[in-house]
Design a protein around this ligand. Structure first.
Ligand SMILES: CC(C)(COP(=O)(O)OP(=O)(O)OC[C@H]1O[C@@H](n2cnc3c(N)ncnc32)[C@H](O)[C@@H]1OP(=O)(O)O)[C@@H](O)C(=O)NCCC(=O)NCCS
Length: 162
């Protein structure tokens, strides 16, 4: 397993993983699949802000990605980031998710960050368990704050000091 910084060439693989999660899970609250242009804009914005986008590689294929960005835009929140992680469906349960989050901690520390926040769909059992194992504390559930497929969804907020 190799974890490294993403490049432009990884965006099609990142897009495919992202869109599979959008289409087949409730882990990303988007209405429709994303486009390469949208992923490029996201990637460029992270780059301009000096924020990491990391990929996990297996046999030279991208099988997952992670990143963090600002949690809230007001100045007082500048030492808190919100992260995300997604692993290709056929590679889940093999340690990629854990590795992709673990490498975010030193990157956040190097940027002087203090707290990492995650917002996890309450049905995403694997993600909830993974974050618990990585030392995130569960803050609570934001009940029915989103709607997808005519169903209300609840979000579990977790946090971990860097
Ligand atoms: C959540 C996700 C990122 C986890 O990545 P992964 O590579 O499958 O997880 P790992 O193999 O690193 O597992 C790490 C820990 O998570 C937990 N875990 C993983 N899969 C699990 C499952 N299906 N059920 C319960 N716990 C699970 C385990 O505690 C595991 O630790 P262990 O192997 O020591 O028992 C991945 O499953 C995924 O992309 N899911 C779909 C999208 C998603 O939910 N993204 C997260 C949004 S917050």
């Amino acid at each position: 397993m190799l974890i490294r910084d993403a490049t432009n060439a990884d965006l099609p693989a990142i897009l495919a993983i992202y869109n599979d999660v959008v289409t087949n899970t409730t882990a990303i609250y988007d209405q429709r699949p994303s486009t390469l242009d949208e992923r490029q804009s996201w990637f460029d914005a992270r780059g301009r802000a000096g924020l990491p986008v990391l990929v996990a590689e297996l046999d030279r294929e991208v099988v997952g990605f992670s990143s963090f960005g600002e949690w809230r835009s007001r100045w007082g929140y500048r030492y808190t980031v919100e992260h995300s992680v997604h692993v290709r469906a056929d590679c889940r349960g093999r340690g990629f998710g854990r590795a992709l989050i673990e490498v975010l901690f030193p990157r956040a520390a190097a940027l002087g960050m203090h707290m990492m926040i995650g917002h996890i769909d309450s049905a995403a059992t694997a993600s909830l368990r993974l974050h618990e194992k990585l030392g995130f504390t569960t803050i609570g559930t934001l009940r029915e704050v989103a709607q997808l497929h005519n169903r209300w969804l609840s979000v579990v907020a977790v946090q971990r000091e860097i």
